[in-house]
Design a protein around this ligand. Structure first.
Ligand code: HEM
Length: 97
């Protein structure tokens, strides 16, 4: 479901943009986090369900947990859970606008 007519480059840039937006959302919120709100709307048009769009952030967290292994601490886990819940709220607010 990650591409309709693009290439691997589209998938790669989607992950890169998501990472940048995520870091900005978790940190300064200087601007790049706004991409999440823009893309949730454009992804409606791609036919990407909003639940799946949000799930993508959780997949990133799960992948990092796997990669970090024992270095993944309870604090890191709690911070990610908080972040994922905030993103979910942020995306659901877009539905009301
Ligand atoms: C499971 C979740 C997602 C799916 C299934 C998905 C799917 C897609 C699809 C089908 C396209 C069109 C590509 C093409 O025509 O080849 C696309 C483009 C794009 N996606 Fe995603 N996407 C997901 C999550 C995200 C997230 C979380 C972000 C960023 C916050 C993102 C950012 C983009 C960007 C920047 C494009 C390029 C076109 C545009 O600006 O809309 N995607 N995605």
């Amino acid at each position: 479901m990650f591409r309709s007519e693009g290439s691997d480059l589209v998938k790669g840039s989607m992950l890169a943009f998501t990472t940048e937006a995520l870091l900005d959302f978790a940190g300064e919120r200087s601007g790049k986090f706004r991409m999440i709100a823009c893309e949730v709307v454009s992804h409606d048009a791609y036919g990407t369900p909003r639940d799946l769009f949000i799930a993508f952030f959780g997949v990133i967290a799960d992948t990092l947990r796997e990669l970090l292994g024992t270095q993944w601490t309870d604090d890191i886990d709690a911070a990610w859970q908080e972040l994922l819940a905030e993103i979910e709220q942020f995306v659901s607010r877009q539905a009301a606008t």
